[in-house]
Design a protein around this ligand. Structure first.
Ligand SMILES: [Zn+2]
Length: 197
């Protein structure tokens, strides 16, 4: 039994971020946040980590934002803690943002640093929000991830270290990059609420 569970889990993780993966229930019903537009701003959405990081930081001064593990655990819901502080992965097609098309920016769900712009979001078919470049190069950190027998590039928030996902070399033009990100690592900010740069 344990063997089957382990094998199944490994198989599921191996599929993480695979662009060829399709999903039979990839319909609007699995994307409650999709298309809600301005109304989405009024309430905290699932996948926002249970709180709204304030303020949203568009221009970062380079100062790190640090909390110990217990503080993060108190601030974040269990799934967001697991993904962002323990490098977990949310289930494909389960997050709030994989199919979101509204204009705005995506900030780190742990600290509010803006990490991605909706202008660079594209449909990857993976079930995770995907972008072809960061909002600013300095806002994203990278590490080499050798887990699960694969060599991947992990990406995280440069300010607080929150795990975001991975970056791959099979993205669209103009960069050829595909940032495959967990919804719970992000907090969407509608364009009208983005602080002036
Ligand atoms: Zn952060």
């Amino acid at each position: 039994m344990i063997h089957y569970l382990t094998t199944g889990l490994l198989a599921a993780l191996m599929l993480a971020c695979s662009p060829s993966q399709s999903h039979p229930s990839a319909s609007a019903s699995t994307a409650p946040a999709s298309g809600t537009g301005a109304a989405a701003a009024a309430s905290i959405q699932a996948g926002d980590g249970g709180f709204v990081p304030e303020p949203i930081i568009v221009q970062w001064n380079g100062q790190p934002y640090t909390r110990d593990a217990e503080q993060w655990r108190e601030m974040l819901d269990p799934l967001t803690f697991r993904v962002t502080r323990e490098a977990g992965t949310e289930r494909a097609f389960s997050g709030a943002y994989w199919d979101k098309k509204a204009k705005g920016v995506y900030a780190c769900s742990n600290c509010g640093l803006v990490l991605f712009d909706s202008k660079t979001k594209f449909r990857s078919g993976t079930g995770w929000p995907s972008f072809y470049k960061p909002f600013a190069d300095a806002h994203i950190g990278e590490t080499t991830d050798r887990s699960l027998g694969m060599l991947r590039t992990e990406v995280h928030c440069a300010r607080c270290g929150a795990h975001q996902g991975h970056v791959f070399n099979d993205g669209p033009e103009p960069t050829g990059l595909r940032y495959c990100i967990n919804s719970v690592s992000l907090h969407f900010v509608p364009e009208a609420q983005v602080p002036k740069r």
